[in-house]
Write a protein that binds this ligand. Structure first.
Ligand code: NAD
Length: 358
């Protein structure tokens, strides 16, 4: 089969890590008899430099035409002072909207071999853990109205952000989470703040109703403050964490740190149908950009998610995941994983090792 992939390398370490991921896809293609055709386009800071805006119509068109989008990361200090509406990160919001992406799926698993890089005590993470955060992407306080007004109490200027969720948006993401739990450990933990927020009460009622369509999956509700605590206390209790845009943003970064390095975690953003976007959860890491030391694993594992979710190539996805595990077992470590021990390898050496094991 032939697959068209729009590639946005982006800024900072983006080009370094995406190049390794493209090599890994080519290896998979060779081994399994597929052709991956890449079309590179700009978005983020490099697009501002080239075209004066973070996202062009051409980039959107190429992404819509593709079977999937592979993205590195965007942003960096160079563009910190551009006006808000032109910031590199606007490219991500624009792409999500243009492609109708409403679910962000972020697995967080601890490979037992990386347990020393995990900040939790050994007995808490013994045997590793395997959870996935299913975060709603198009609603919540990020997409309500943002405005300022004068305080009615005479306290000066007030910043306001409207938080809202419709039943439709909650149903849509909840079904994704339950469907995912069905092929995993069959448990959904829905995270909200229903003791305080009306949006969360709509969220909780809707999730409870949708759960009836999935009687084989266990549903539990958890307040976000408790969820933040439980992730540290006992991450093994979770299978699928279903949550809104804001809480998901925070909890998935917390879960990321439990795996030892932010450089390990892939993500998929998917919509009702059509093109999915696959990217590491980390940013453009300007502090290490251009040094050839970034960990490419999050981006490489994002390609495995692409094969599984967009192309239905489960065996090929597993080949990437197994090769990554093998590379780690054989002792390959980029600086972020080495925790001051053993030999440190470069971005390219890690990519090459994974290709070899595929
Ligand atoms: P970051 O994720 O880029 O970096 C945080 C820390 O993690 C840094 O110390 C960095 O060196 C390290 N790190 C990140 N990825 C790594 C990897 N693959 N290997 C080894 N170490 C890695 O977050 P930040 O510093 O808050 O943001 C930097 C820039 O990235 C900002 O402009 C921000 O807006 C942008 N950003 C973009 C995205 C995206 O494109 N999806 C996401 C988050 C942040």
């Amino acid at each position: 089969m032939e697959y068209k992939i729009a590639v946005i390398k982006g800024d900072g370490i983006g080009p370094e890590i995406v190049s390794e991921a493209m090599d890994v896809l080519q290896c998979v293609g060779k081994r399994f008899g597929h052709t991956f055709r890449f079309q590179e386009v700009l978005a983020g800071g490099c697009s501002i430099d080239a075209y004066g805006k973070p996202l062009t119509e051409e980039t959107i068109a190429v992404c819509k035409e593709a079977d999937a989008v592979l993205l590195g990361a965007v942003g960096g200090p160079k563009w910190d002072h551009v006006p808000t509406e032109k910031r590199p990160e606007k490219a991500l919001l624009g792409l999500r909207a243009a492609l109708g992406l409403f679910a962000n799926i972020r697995p967080a698993m601890l490979y037992p071999i990386l347990a020393p890089a995990c900040p939790l005590r050994k007995e808490i993470v013994e045997g590793g853990f395997d959870l996935v955060v299913c975060r709603e992407l198009t609603g919540d306080v990020y997409f309500g109205q943002h405005y300022r007004k004068e305080s009615e109490r005479g306290w000066g200027e007030v910043g306001c952000d409207d938080m809202n969720y419709s039943v439709y948006e909650v149903e849509r993401i909840a079904r994704r989470a339950f469907a995912m739990a069905r092929v995993r450990a069959k448990k959904v933990t829905s995270v909200d703040k229903a003791n305080v927020l009306e949006t969360s009460r709509v969220w909780r009622e809707t999730v409870t109703r949708v759960a009836k369509e999935y009687p084989d999956v266990t549903l539990e509700h958890m307040y976000v403050d408790n969820a933040a605590m439980q992730l540290i206390h006992d991450p093994k209790q979770f299978d699928v964490i279903l949550t809104g845009n804001l809480f998901g943003d925070i909890l998935s970064d917390e879960a990321a740190m439990l795996t030892g390095s932010i450089g390990m975690l892939p993500s998929a953003s998917i919509g009702e149908s059509g093109v999915g976007m696959y990217e590491p959860i980390h940013g453009s890491a300007p502090d290490i950009a251009g040094k050839g030391i970034a960990n490419p694993i999050a981006t490489i594992l994002s390609c495995a998610m692409m094969l599984r979710y967009s192309f239905g190539l489960a065996e090929e996805a597993e080949a990437i995941e197994r090769a990554t595990q093998k590379a780690l077992e054989e002792g390959w470590r980029t600086a972020d994983l080495a925790a001051g021990q053993g030999t440190v390898c470069s971005t390219h050496e890690m990519g090459t090792a994974i290709c070899k094991y595929i």
